[in-house]
Design a protein. Structure first.
Length: 83
């Protein structure tokens, strides 16, 4: 299967905040949005569990994530690369 057949997948960039689990890292992704009523720019953060096959990532590293099939109860993302 190539990329054309299965469609594009979402990608996110975030920072590793925990690597204590086996083959799993917790990544914090922050985004800026404008408040719909007050027009003030707000920074929101969200945590994602991502699959790290090599267990090589350290806390504080910047990583790129890609959406994937469900790997466990909470994991729906995998690490593509460390930036």
């Amino acid at each position: 299967m190539n990329q054309q057949e299965r469609g594009s997948r979402k990608e996110l960039i975030g920072v590793v905040i925990s690597n204590k689990m086996n083959k799993t890292v917790t990544v914090e992704v922050s985004s800026k949005m404008r408040h719909h009523k007050y027009q003030k720019v707000i920074e929101t953060t969200k945590k994602y569990y991502a699959h790290d096959e090599t267990n090589s990532l350290a806390v504080g590293q910047k990583v790129r994530l890609m959406e994937t099939r469900p790997l466990s109860k909470l994991k729906r993302w995998r690490v593509i690369e460390a930036l």
